[in-house]
Design a protein around this ligand. Structure first.
Ligand code: CAA
Length: 294
């Protein structure tokens, strides 16, 4: 695989669609709108759209409060985002970024629908998946050469990285245009990964998170001490259990399951405590309780 030498190309993308307005989708929509792009956000129903809009407003308000975002820029960003429950509204989108839950059946259905509704032959269909093969999403369409993984990190407005993941069938031109979009339009930094479960970051991060859960489960150390160990001893911005709460325990389990099913290595297998907490609805920050209370 060619190394990432940075994109010289200027992005000409102005119309973006984001599917899903959870933690990641709302962050991606916010970043696109703040970059001056015209954004449509799609959700399954009005309630989900309302919470997505509230999430974006809260994050923008945070920017205003910290003095990093002017009130008029907040208003301008919000005015660039339209909300819909109908994917037919994506007909004129140049780039669509799918960011729904890690469910292969739902994602492939969305890609099949996009293939039918998006008009431009060269439109890019991107997925923010962290673990589902891009090849599977590409094959749900009649244009796998235009399908690519564009994986953001949480919190999206804060973290600079985007993993760019071409499949075996992604066209070189799609890769170049997606990289220009991410780097020049959104101001993020790209690293390239092959289409393997977990890509670069999660393949390294998730075994570490699972080890911390195993350590706590076995009574080796408390959650606070494990987290303090990595924050104070290794200067990580947050410890592994608090980070699992931020990512979501359900998402962490979904990524671990994909890694395990791809590589069959024990270090990727989800420990029983994680499984029970997901069953109990203790999903982390988004549900109000995970390893900590919120
Ligand atoms: N939206 C917008 N801005 C946010 C934000 C959010 N959700 N969360 C934090 N910020 C901003 C704050 O406004 C603040 O900005 P200012 O300096 O302008 O005030 C800045 O980020 C720092 O935030 P805080 O002072 O509140 O708190 P902090 O210094 O403890 O940082 C953190 C919080 C940014 C979350 C930091 O702890 C961090 O980077 N943690 C690690 C996160 C991480 O590893 N993420 C990757 C997860 S893996 C993933 O996403 C991939 C996957 O597929 C699972």
């Amino acid at each position: 695989m060619a190394s990432n030498s940075g994109s010289e190309a200027v992005s000409e993308t102005s119309r973006v669609g984001v599917i899903g307005s959870g933690l990641m989708g709302s962050g991606i929509a916010e970043v696109c709108a703040r970059a001056g792009l015209d954004v449509i956000v799609a959700e399954v129903n009005a309630t989900a759209l309302d919470s997505g809009r509230a999430r974006i407003e809260k994050s923008l308000a945070r920017g205003v409060k910290s003095g990093k975002l002017a009130e008029e820029d907040r208003d301008a960003a919000l005015s660039r985002i339209r909300f819909t429950t109908d994917l037919a509204d994506f007909a004129d989108r140049e780039v669509t970024i799918e960011a729904v839950a890690e469910d292969e059946a739902i994602k492939t259905e969305i890609f099949a629908t996009l293939d039918k509704v998006v008009e431009a032959d060269d439109a890019i269909f991107a997925s923010n998946t962290s673990s589902i093969p891009i090849m599977k999403l590409g094959m749900a369409t009649a244009r796998p050469e235009h399908v690519i993984g564009v994986h953001f990190f949480n919190p999206v407005p804060v973290l600079k990285l985007v993993e760019l993941v071409p499949s075996l069938l992604t066209a070189e031109e799609t890769k170049t245009r997606a990289q220009a979009f991410v780097e020049t339009a959104l101001g993020k930094q790209v690293i390239l990964s092959q289409d393997r479960a977990g890509f670069v970051v999660n393949a390294l991060l998730v075994p570490y998170l699972l080890s911390a859960i195993r350590m706590m489960e076995s009574g080796f150390a408390s959650a606070e001490d494990i987290d303090n160990g990595m924050v104070l001893g290794c200067a990580h911005p947050m410890g592994p259990l608090r980070l699992t709460d931020l990512i979501g325990l359900d998402t962490t389990k979904a990524i671990a399951d994909s890694l395990y099913s791809e590589f069959k290595e024990q270090l990727y297998s989800a420990p029983p405590l994680l499984l029970r907490m997901v069953d109990a609805g203790l999903l982390g920050k988004k549900s109000g309780r995970g390893f900590y209370q919120y």
